[in-house]
Design a protein around this ligand. Structure first.
Ligand code: ZN
Length: 285
């Protein structure tokens, strides 16, 4: 099943993309895609509802805006330097265990919304990533049990302000949390749709120039490892997001000199099986 949220920002309604490509409004099911939904066997109940009601459910026109494919979660946990080549281009050692940081949940936005370059930013950068959506509370889970706690996956662009991340002292969170820095979607694909999350091509272009082109096969720590590892330090709640790190080709690592985003730039990205997204950069008001 493919889950979407559509409509005006902060007033999105839940929807589903059917196998034939039709997008339907599932408001009649009675729940947004939030913690209560995922934690209350919502995916199973929704699948049954769709089977019974798809034919009569309203169609969502292709022109309607998509929001982030899940409602605002309790947290967005990110993994740093999880592709060995990206660690190298960043001039950092390959980590012995996952590096974790948070992204403010207020940074979530729709997959095709504008990227707002923050005030005074000069180093806004891109990062295509596979995002995991948690389906069941995970606390101290083993790697063997980890996949049972995964609801599905989505495409994520982990936008980053490199000066604020790396040159302004302390933790990375300042450079990761600006509004619009987490376009998620177009859709959440449930786990059954992605039998092997460790073999997915992923790519990103800026103004049509390919900047990132890799595969999740290159991840240092895989999906099951990450869910298990993070759950040793915190409870992962239904609907939480884990963004699993980015492959090489970010603006910071480009030679002979770094390239950062400016108003008017067009960023497009995709992951096999998880669709594509597109953001046009604009200056903050
Ligand atoms: Zn990242």
């Amino acid at each position: 099943m493919k889950l979407i949220r559509f409509g005006q920002a902060h007033h999105e309604k839940p929807g589903v993309i059917l196998d034939d490509g039709r997008r339907i409004d599932v408001s009649g099911f009675g729940s947004d895609f939030d913690e209560a939904f995922f934690g209350g066997d919502g995916l199973q109940r929704l699948a049954a509802w769709v089977k019974a009601n798809a034919a009569s459910a309203p169609t969502v026109d292709a022109s309607v805006r998509l929001g982030p494919c899940i409602a605002r979660p309790s947290k967005i946990v990110c993994v740093g330097l999880n592709y060995s080549d990206h660690a190298k281009e960043s001039g950092m050692p390959i980590p012995a265990e996952p590096i974790l940081f948070f992204k403010a949940t207020s940074s979530l936005t729709g997959p095709n919304d504008e990227l707002i370059i923050p005030r005074l930013s000069t180093k806004t950068d891109w990062e295509v990533e596979l995002a995991i959506i948690i389906g069941k509370k995970a606390s101290y889970v083993s790697e063997a049990q980890a996949m049972e706690h995964v609801a599905g996956y989505a495409l994520h662009n982990d936008y980053s302000e490199r000066e604020w991340q790396l040159e302004r002292g302390g933790q990375w969170v300042k450079g990761k949390s600006c509004d619009s820095f987490a376009p998620l979607g177009p859709f959440l694909a449930t786990r059954d749709e992605i039998p092997n999350p460790q073999n997915l091509p992923l790519w990103l272009t800026v103004n049509g120039v390919t900047r990132q082109n890799s595969s999740t096969a290159q991840m240092i720590f895989g999906v099951a490892q990450l869910v298990s590892y993070i759950s040793q330090f915190m409870s992962l709640l239904p609907g939480d997001i884990i963004s699993t790190g980015t492959p090489p080709g970010v603006g910071l690592g480009l030679k002979p000199e770094p390239v950062f985003l400016k108003p008017g730039d067009v960023v497009e990205l995709g992951i096999e099986g998880l669709g594509q997204s597109r953001q046009v950069a604009v200056a903050a008001a």
